[in-house]
Design a protein around this ligand. Structure first.
Ligand code: B16
Ligand code: MG
Length: 219
């Protein structure tokens, strides 16, 4: 195995729930209801694209100018960042720090392949920066489910995609990993991530050990 690419929100820590809370509040202010089923289609999706999906969901896609959409996205992000304020290293999902330590000991680069522009802020709050070889900058490249974030992550690690593992909690992210030609590990429900192409799904990050990943991916 040449590198492991980690999604951030929903894999390293539970910030997916803060995205949902912040989008839900913003959507309610403009009269749109979103539930947890619809939220599955927002996971892993870049900020402005997520807003577009919410507006379509509420039949309001024609209602706002570009400047108004940017203001709505900014309001959501302000709320999201305020929810991040209490984040500490204890909020790291179980098993993640142990896996990162194993990777470091075995000189296998770990890379953050997140759609989030807040990724550096979150890793700093969790005190995990030193475990990562690189954080992919999602700006200016196509978002998930396109493969680009994962392809760029492999490049930054000096790795060949076919010898990489990607770990994701979202349908769009699993599709992106497979489109990049990597082995896809899903965290969550088989019924949600299996149909998107996950090679294996674990219910929790607790299951993630280096040995288990190597055996599953046969790398
Ligand atoms: P931001 P991931 C994604 O992160 C989230 O799943 C998604 O809900 C969010 O809209 C996107 O990042 C952009 O995040 O607004 O912080 O730039 O799952 O790819 O780590
Ligand atoms: Mg995610």
């Amino acid at each position: 195995m040449q590198a492991v690419l980690f999604d951030l929100d929903g894999v390293i820590t539970d910030t997916a729930k803060y995205h949902f809370t912040a989008w839900k509040q913003m959507a309610e202010r403009i009269g749109i209801e979103i539930d947890s089923d619809f939220n599955e289609s927002l996971k892993g999706i870049e900020r402005m694209q997520s807003l577009e999906r919410i507006l379509v969901h509420g039949h309001q896609e024609q209602k706002y100018s570009q400047a108004e959409k940017e203001r709505l996205a900014q309001e959501k992000n302000d709320e999201y960042v305020s929810l991040l304020a209490g984040l500490t290293p204890e909020d790291t999902y179980p098993g993640i720090k142990e896996l990162l330590t194993e990777l470091q000991e075995n000189k296998i680069p770990a890379v953050i392949a997140s759609a989030s522009k807040n990724a550096p802020l979150i890793l700093e709050a969790l005190q995990l920066n030193t475990y990562f070889h690189a954080i992919v900058d999602p700006g200016g490249i196509p978002g998930k489910p396109e493969p680009d974030i994962f392809v760029k992550g492999a490049e930054q690690a000096g790795a060949d995609s076919v010898y990489c593992i990607g770990i994701e909690d979202s349908q769009a992210g699993i599709e992106a990993i497979k489109a990049a030609g990597m082995y896809a590990v899903g965290i969550g429900e088989e019924s949600i991530l299996g149909p998107s192409g996950a090679d294996i799904v674990y219910p929790s990050t607790k299951e993630l050990t280096l040995q288990r990943l190597l055996t599953a991916a046969q790398l």
